[in-house]
Design a protein around this ligand. Structure first.
Ligand code: ADP
Ligand code: MG
Length: 376
């Protein structure tokens, strides 16, 4: 059922409007966001749609095609609304906490973004609701401040310690562009990313691997990076330049921590190199950077799983220019840069590799860089 029809069914009325916000894939720059470095996501065509209408002041009701029961709440503090509706209550809370007079609202949600696959259905949900409430209430919140507010909802209200990548992508990406984001200054640059014009495509391979240990491992990586920055006497690992990497590694005793640092420092450089190639129109040449990013996540950051590594290997063997896991890790999706007409062959190669190993079949599709959050 569509968000519009769910709204009509639940509330017996027409909504004031429909708002959409996309999921994302990160082209390159993994785990660099909370190290105040660089990321390069683009928005997916798959979106979360919020049908939203007014309600009395201080009252919010939310329902979703994903969930049976609608949930109502008033002005709450973190922890008071739990489960999936916490993402919505968190947005209301973060807006109120920033001093905004948030309008009461009735919200019906539907999403095309696969949930829990590392494509950021959570940020799509937050961003669609945030954009709707801002428009509905006529709130003065400039675009550049919105991702941090949505991130705060997820960090503080939901309790998930994510960086700012996902919300920035869902809110600030543009069609035909990749979003180069400096996660310290929040400065952005829209980078040309029209692959079809080059006869190229990004194939997304959802590994469909069960997500395991995601939160704990994410927290452990984050802690290790923060600890390394402290030992090295820098505000964040972003402040270790590639030219200073050998020196920095010499100053760290812990072998695991050294590998974590090497991933972040080299990954930041790979994002910069990717941006330079894309701006120079040398799109195919980003392939080796994508593959190097994957090796770094596999060997140094240790966040891949066998299904993910097999998908990357199979895509490369089938002729991809480059391939890497995208997203936080321990499952989720792989992206591969391919000649557009090779999509069926690469898909088949990955499916065969999965079949040979007895893995659950993957799901593959072409991702086209799409528009960020907007009213429909
Ligand atoms: P990801 O963002 O990678 O998809 P997360 O674990 O961060 O995975 O977020 C998934 C959670 O977001 C779901 O478990 C659910 O609580 C919530 N969610 C996402 N989309 C919807 C939706 N359309 N309706 C209800 N809840 C949703
Ligand atoms: Mg998420």
């Amino acid at each position: 059922m569509s968000a519009l029809n769910l709204f009509r069914k639940e509330f017996g009325a027409e909504p004031a409007g429909l708002w959409a916000a996309p999921g994302r894939v990160n082209l390159i720059g993994e785990h660099t966001d909370y190290n105040e470095g660089f990321v390069l996501p683009f928005a997916l065509p798959q979106r979360t749609i919020a049908a939203v209408g007014p309600a009395p002041a201080g009252e919010w009701t939310v329902c979703s095609t994903f969930e049976g029961e609608g949930i109502s709440f008033g002005a709450t503090e973190p922890g008071e609304v739990t489960g999936w509706a916490a993402y919505v209550a968190g947005i209301v809370w973060a807006l109120r906490d920033a001093g905004f007079d948030v309008p009461g609202a009735r919200i019906a949600l539907d999403s095309e973004v696969p949930v829990g696959s590392g494509l950021s259905s959570s940020a799509a949900l937050e961003s669609s609701v945030l954009t709707a409430l801002i428009d509905l209430g006529g709130l003065e919140l400039p675009l550049e401040r919105r991702p941090a507010l949505a991130q705060r909802a997820e960090n503080v209200y939901v309790g998930a310690p994510t960086g700012i990548l996902d919300q920035s992508a869902s809110i600030r990406c543009r069609a035909g562009r990749a979003l180069f984001l400096d996660c310290r200054s929040y400065e952005i640059k829209q980078i040309p990313f029209d692959l079809a014009a080059e006869g190229l495509a990004i194939l997304v391979i959802n590994s469909n691997a069960p997500h395991q240990h995601v939160d704990g491992e994410y927290g452990a990586r984050r802690k290790s990076c923060e600890e390394a920055a402290r030992i090295l006497g820098v505000p964040a690992l972003r402040d270790v330049p590639l030219a200073g990497l050998a020196d920095a590694l010499d100053r760290l005793d812990d072998e695991v921590m050294r590998r974590r640092v090497r991933h972040i420092v080299t990954e930041d450089q790979r994002v910069l190199d990717t941006v330079a190639l894309l701006e120079g129109g040398r799109v195919r040449e980003i392939g080796p950077l994508l593959t190097a990013s994957h090796a770094s996540m596999r060997d140094d950051f240790e966040i891949t799983v066998p299904q993910i590594d097999v998908a990357v290997e199979a895509a490369l063997e089938a002729g991809a220019y480059g391939a890497r896991m995208t997203g936080g890790g321990f499952g989720g999706c792989v992206l591969a840069l391919i000649d557009a007409d090779r999509a069926p062959a690469v898909t088949e190669a990955v499916e065969n590799a999965y079949g040979n190993r007895g893995f659950t079949a993957p799901t593959c599709w072409i991702a086209v860089a799409s528009e960020g959050a907007a009213r429909l």
